[in-house]
Design a protein around this ligand. Structure first.
Ligand code: ADP
Ligand code: MG
Length: 678
């Protein structure tokens, strides 16, 4: 047997069960070994029966009489009595008719389950039972709980893993020996045994540390190698024209924040260098990233180079084009702004492409339409990627290939993650942070509203609409379905337009509309020809309508924390007080996420909290590109992350031949394709 053997080669796994494993994506023994538990339940402490408390318990006891019967159709109950030296307790199983026959009277077992009240008597409910032996698999120890599927329980998965032990024991080491040694890490095979079948808590913790360290170490190594490669490339050095920068700033209707000033300065330094910039501009929603990006572009345009800005949606691309057009107008550069999106007419597209190819278009703004074949940019010096986590690596690479040489890259993100994490996850890039909101902005007031207060809420909103304000209504999220989301939005729209707000002008925006329709509805809203815009999450990113300062989110509990914060960022974009109402779909208590959101406006804080709530691996806002998800390492474990990064740096500094670490480099090379922003 090898890691490539089909699961049916494991004792006890037949064709039928292999099909169930396949539902979980597990086909080979190697897949199974790589299938880490979601969590653990600790049944390692044996409790005397007379000391049992209502919790997860393990007893070591002899079974007396076990009997099964149907109490009614479809409900079978097995009851047994278990005794140790201190007393007896009842065991109950529902719908496991095979139980009674499988239990031998007089035999000693580990019995692990929940001790709880059932029909006025304390019993151990649905326990797992295993004969007392040296190495129990399913009782009397810490039990791994896996993601299960119909007909395949954690119990069965544990048995299969148990049968794979001999393979796990000879799994090759993947970390360089000097690192396991200096970091005091257990071997890979020990760690895998420990993660699936820990004998005690200490072993589990050490296994998690080893595997978590390895994840971050590999990511760091991949990032560092990418960075090295990037630095060997040459880029166009873009001169800094101070006069031009000053002139641009003098026309702004506001004063730049310190963060904006600092970021722009850092970018200008980078652009003057001979090797390509790879910088991430991190700033919470509304922090003012667009001006910074425009100032970066300005320098390239001034020297007759081209700049391309790629945004994730057409709405956003159009809005950027408008904003940037306005920002460049005082300098007479606005004619160089060219929009290229899918919904342009063929004639418009041809015109745009011609302007791009001739170099007349200095600032090209678009969606993925920019990376299509027919688009020919020969003077591209700088690429700006808005909401970078929304794009895959391939899309970013294709855009860069348009330059024909290595362009400078500025990525914008509203996903605030701690610095050491960003470095690890996104490659060793440089980071600028906009850590303050423009002055005069008031914090958005966020309220959780239970469904029975809807009427009062509408009344108070109506007063605000009377004062000339506008409102976004965001419709419930129906998992991953644009069609269903659109239907839900349609319903909310009907309700508001025909009943609750029939005296107001209500518009509807969802992903199923034609781009031109989306565009015209958005324009109506911007021009205040609509008071209320009912929408799906298509407005999640970037949309900027300062007069709209009310947002109502339906079934708010269905959204993730990051997404709610992004959505909320659509309001409070002027000096007026912004309001965000989180409507719950039923009157149960608001979750921790909701409460966090209503008590904080700080994206960085919320990001950390999100990490905490979602636990290991879940990286704020990056779910679309799951390749990077850490499975074991906790992103909040800054010590582990720092140690793993330092070890990666050290290994590279030693100038060893990395090819000797075959297994390591196989993983690292895969990661290199997903970590780099370039
Ligand atoms: P985001 O970082 O979310 O992309 P935007 O760039 O869209 O934010 O900016 C949000 C709003 O704030 C815009 O209306 C913009 O004109 C305004 N803004 C940007 N910088 C400042 C500033 N320094 N002072 C006041 N308003 C600003
Ligand atoms: Mg933006």
């Amino acid at each position: 047997m090898t890691i490539d053997s089909p699961l049916t080669e494991l004792k006890g796994v037949g064709e039928a069960q292999a099909k169930k494993f396949a539902v979980l994506g597990l086909k080979t023994v190697g897949d199974l070994i790589d299938y880490y538990p979601r969590r653990y339940e600790d049944y390692s402490q044996v409790t005397p029966i007379n000391k049992l408390r209502p919790e997860a318990v393990t007893i070591e006891a002899v079974i007396k009489q076990a009997t099964g019967r149907y109490v009614r159709r479809g409900l079978h109950i097995t009851e047994a009595i278990a005794s140790d030296a201190t007393g007896s307790v009842r065991l109950i199983w529902f719908n496991q008719p095979y139980r009674a026959a499988a239990l031998k009277a007089g035999q000693k077992y580990f019995i692990s389950g929940q001790f709880e009240l059932s029909h006025q008597r304390f019993s151990i409910m649905n326990p797992s039972v295993e004969r007392v032996s040296d190495l129990p698999v399913n009782a009397g120890r810490i039990l791994a709980i896996y993601r299960e599927t119909k007909g395949l329980t954690s119990r069965q998965i544990r048995l299969a893993v148990h049968e794979a032990r001999q393979i796990i024991k000879v799994m090759p080491e993947t970390l360089p020996p000097q690192i396991t040694k200096s970091q005091d890490l257990m071997s890979r095979s020990e760690a895998l045994l420990g993660i699936h079948a820990p004998l005690e808590g200490g072993q589990l913790a050490a296994a998690q540390r080893r595997l978590g360290f390895e994840e971050v170490f590999q990511l760091s190594l991949a990032s560092l190698l990418n960075k090295r490669e990037n630095q060997r490339e040459t880029a166009l050095s873009i001169e800094f024209d101070e006069k031009l920068a000053r002139e641009f700033v003098s026309h702004l209707p506001f004063k730049l924040t310190d963060g904006q000033r600092r970021s722009i300065w850092q970018i200008y330094q980078d652009l003057q260098k001979q090797h390509p910039m790879n910088r991430l501009l991190e700033g919470d929603v509304g922090a003012g990233k667009t001006v910074v990006a425009t100032m970066a572009a300005l320098m390239a345009m001034a020297q007759d180079w081209q700049v391309a800005l790629m945004a994730p949606t057409e709405l956003l691309a159009r809005q950027h084009a408008d904003t940037i057009h306005g920002l460049l107008k005082p300098l007479g550069l606005e004619k160089q702004v060219v929009l290229l999106v899918g919904s342009l007419s063929p004639a418009q597209k041809t015109k745009a492409r011609a302007a791009i190819a001739s170099g007349h278009a200095g600032f090209i703004i678009g969606t993925q339409a920019l990376i299509q074949e027919q688009v020919d940019m020969h003077k591209l010096a700088l690429i700006i990627i808005d909401e970078q986590h929304r794009f895959g690596v391939e899309q970013r690479k294709t855009l860069m290939a348009k330059a024909g040489h290595m362009p400078h890259v500025l990525s914008l993100t509203a996903t605030p993650i701690p610095r050491s994490l960003a470095l690890t996850l996104y490659g060793e890039l440089d980071i600028s942070v906009l850590d303050e909101k423009p002055v005069g902005r008031q914090a958005i007031k966020t309220e959780i509203v239970s469904p029975n207060s809807r009427a009062q809420l509408y009344e108070s909103i109506d007063k605000q609409l009377d004062e000339g304000k506008q409102m976004f209504v965001v419709c419930p999220l129906i998992t991953d379905s644009t069609v269903l989301d659109a239907a839900a939005a349609e319903q909310v729209y009907q309700q508001l337009a025909q009943k609750d707000f029939k005296h107001r002008r209500v518009g509807l925006l969802h992903g199923k509309l034609k781009p031109t329709d989306k565009q015209s509805i958005m324009e109506q809203f911007v021009c205040h020809e609509l008071d209320i815009l009912v929408s799906t999450t298509v407005i999640e990113v970037g949309v900027d309508v300062p007069n709209a300062n009310i947002m109502l989110i339906e079934s708010a509990e269905r959204f993730g924390l990051a997404q709610l914060h992004q959505l909320r960022g659509r309001v409070g974009r002027s000096s007026d007080q912004g309001h965000c109402y989180l409507l719950l779909s039923d009157s149960s208590a608001p979750t921790r996420r909701m409460r966090a959101l209503s008590s904080s406006n700080d994206g960085f804080k919320l990001a950390e909290l999100d990490l905490e709530i979602r636990g290991p691996g879940a990286i704020y806002g990056t779910s679309q590109h799951g390749q990077l998800d850490l499975r074991i390492a906790k992103l909040t474990d800054t010590k582990l992350i720092a140690a793993a990064r330092a070890a990666a740096h050290k290994l590279l500094d030693q100038n060893e031949n990395l090819l000797q670490y075959k297994h390591l480099m196989k993983n690292v090379n895969r990661l290199r394709t997903v970590t780099n922003l370039n």
